[in-house]
Design a protein around this ligand. Structure first.
Ligand code: SAH
Ligand code: SF4
Ligand code: F3S
Length: 434
């Protein structure tokens, strides 16, 4: 029995798209080093938690999961590892909080995992340097979990210092991959059958490899034959080049979808957040982008209850959401992060923050209901992502990133494009028929 269990690993991932891709990288690296992936905790002799520390909530989940896994360590589990952003943030403190953990490895150290596993067999293994370059991950061994969208890290890290944010600490300084290596990887992925690509970076539009900038990146990648759909995430408003909007308008294969977090409506709060723009700047930018690409779908992140936020500040957020009418927003209560500037500022009472978050979500709900309603009767092209077990129920995504659930009597193929007539709308998805 013991031998069957040997060299099987289980990995659980939280967090953003980049962390999800890191999870795929870790799994691929271990598989190419002779380990086998399992989806059963009981079967695994190596368990890895690939963590996110952007807010307190996800971080706490990691620790509650760890205490649950302690029981496994007391039985046959050989190695328990914490990797990703919580690992980078907490470093050796994780061994103090949870002495049964064997490996702590930050997101920039992925390539070291096989040697850390060997080391962990007789001593604690820690690797949290921020100078290592995960961007050098060998693309040919990387197997993505998604069979319809290939995410590619083009830059990693963040040189900003937004006063609330832990990401510059966990992901390190910005580094960009050479454009030539990105192009090579995209071509290889086209040969593997991918049609949709998503370029990832904490501030993707700050991409620069010494010769090329973000606009060159978009231009070159969208020109590769076989790239049917191109997305990119996340754009920082301060650095969004208007030439990028022109490319989005011109190229059929660049998705008319832009995630460009505003974070707050109030210029006073934006200043305290150290976002490097104010409300008029953001509104003007959106205006300019919409003049060039009128049909573009926009989405944003918002933080509510940032320290010192008063009712008037919050109403500026509501005003902007009503004015801009985003296709979707991701809104969260402010969560203090260790050693950040904002964590030392005067906090907003929890119940007030909660109430404001609800008001923001209700406001967006109404906007979104109407916006999604306007798609009814239209025919949209989707890339097929999934099917129900019993068949004839399918799900896909439009260019503008909307989920469409639909029925078809004909059997359809995952990763192909289909035209779907929208018959009904919900708040977060559309319903249609082939
Ligand atoms: N680089 C991106 C955001 C990366 S973090 C940008 O600058 O827009 C993803 C989102 O998490 C942020 O947009 C923000 O809305 C949210 N976030 C980050 N730190 C947070 C905190 N301390 N509390 C609540 N939300 C936070
Ligand atoms: Fe965090 Fe700001 Fe960097 Fe975005 S730009 S990752 S919010 S510090
Ligand atoms: Fe979370 Fe790290 Fe991504 S903190 S959001 S997993 S960069």
């Amino acid at each position: 029995m013991m031998s069957e269990k040997k060299n099987k690993f289980y990995i659980k991932t939280w967090g953003c798209q980049m962390n999800v891709l890191d999870g795929d990288k870790i799994a691929s690296l271990l598989e190419s080093s002779g380990y086998e992936k399992t989806n059963s905790l009981d079967e695994a002799n190596i368990i890895l938690l690939n963590t996110c520390s952007v807010r307190e909530g996800p971080e706490n989940k990691v620790f509650s999961e760890l205490y649950r896994l302690k029981a496994f360590k007391e039985k046959e589990l050989e190695i328990l590892g914490v990797v990703g952003c919580v690992a980078q943030q907490e470093k050796e403190k994780i061994f103090q909080k949870a002495p049964f953990v064997d490996i702590v490895m930050g997101p920039r150290s992925i390539m070291h995992l096989p040697e850390l596993i060997k080391q962990a067999k007789y001593q604690k293994a820690l690797k949290v340097s921020s100078d290592e370059d995960t961007l050098l991950f060998p693309p040919e061994i990387l197997n993505r979990n998604s069979k319809t969208k290939a995410s590619i890290t083009v830059m990693e890290g963040c040189n900003k210092r937004c006063s609330y944010c832990i990401v510059p600490e966990t992901r390190g300084r910005e580094v960009s991959r050479p454009l030539s290596s990105i192009i090579e990887e995209v071509k290889m992925l086209i040969d593997r059958g991918y049609k949709e690509f998503e370029l990832l970076g904490q501030n993707v539009n700050c991409y620069k490899d010494g010769k090329n900038n973000f606009v060159d990146l978009l231009d070159e990648v969208s020109s590769i034959k076989g790239v049917k759909r191109l997305r990119f995430i996340t754009s920082h408003p301060k650095h969004f080049p208007i030439e990028a909007a022109k490319l989005i308008a011109e190229r059929n294969n660049i998705c008319k979808y832009l995630h460009i977090p505003m974070q707050a409506g109030s210029s006073r709060i934006l200043k305290l957040m150290k976002r490097q723009y104010d409300q008029p700047f953001y509104l003007e930018l959106i205006d300019k982008i919409r003049k060039i690409v009128p049909e573009i779908a926009l989405s944003s992140d918002f933080i509510v209850g940032f320290p010192t936020e008063c009712e008037e500040d919050f109403e500026e957020t509501i005003k902007c959401v009503n004015l801009i009418k985003f296709d979707t927003i991701y809104a969260f209560k402010y969560s203090p992060r260790p050693n950040t500037l904002a964590s030392k500022m005067e906090s907003v009472p929890k119940n007030i923050a909660k109430e404001r978050l609800n008001r923001l979500l209700v406001t967006q709900h109404e906007i979104q209901k109407e916006l999604f309603q306007s798609f009814v009767g239209k025919t949209l092209q989707i890339l097929l992502e999934g099917e129900s077990k019993k068949g004839n129920q399918y799900t896909g995504r439009t260019d503008c990133n909307k989920i469409v659930n639909f029925t078809s009597e004909k059997v359809l193929k995952i990763n192909n494009f289909y035209n779907v007539k929208i018959t009904r709308s919900l708040v977060h998805s559309l319903i249609g028929e082939l």
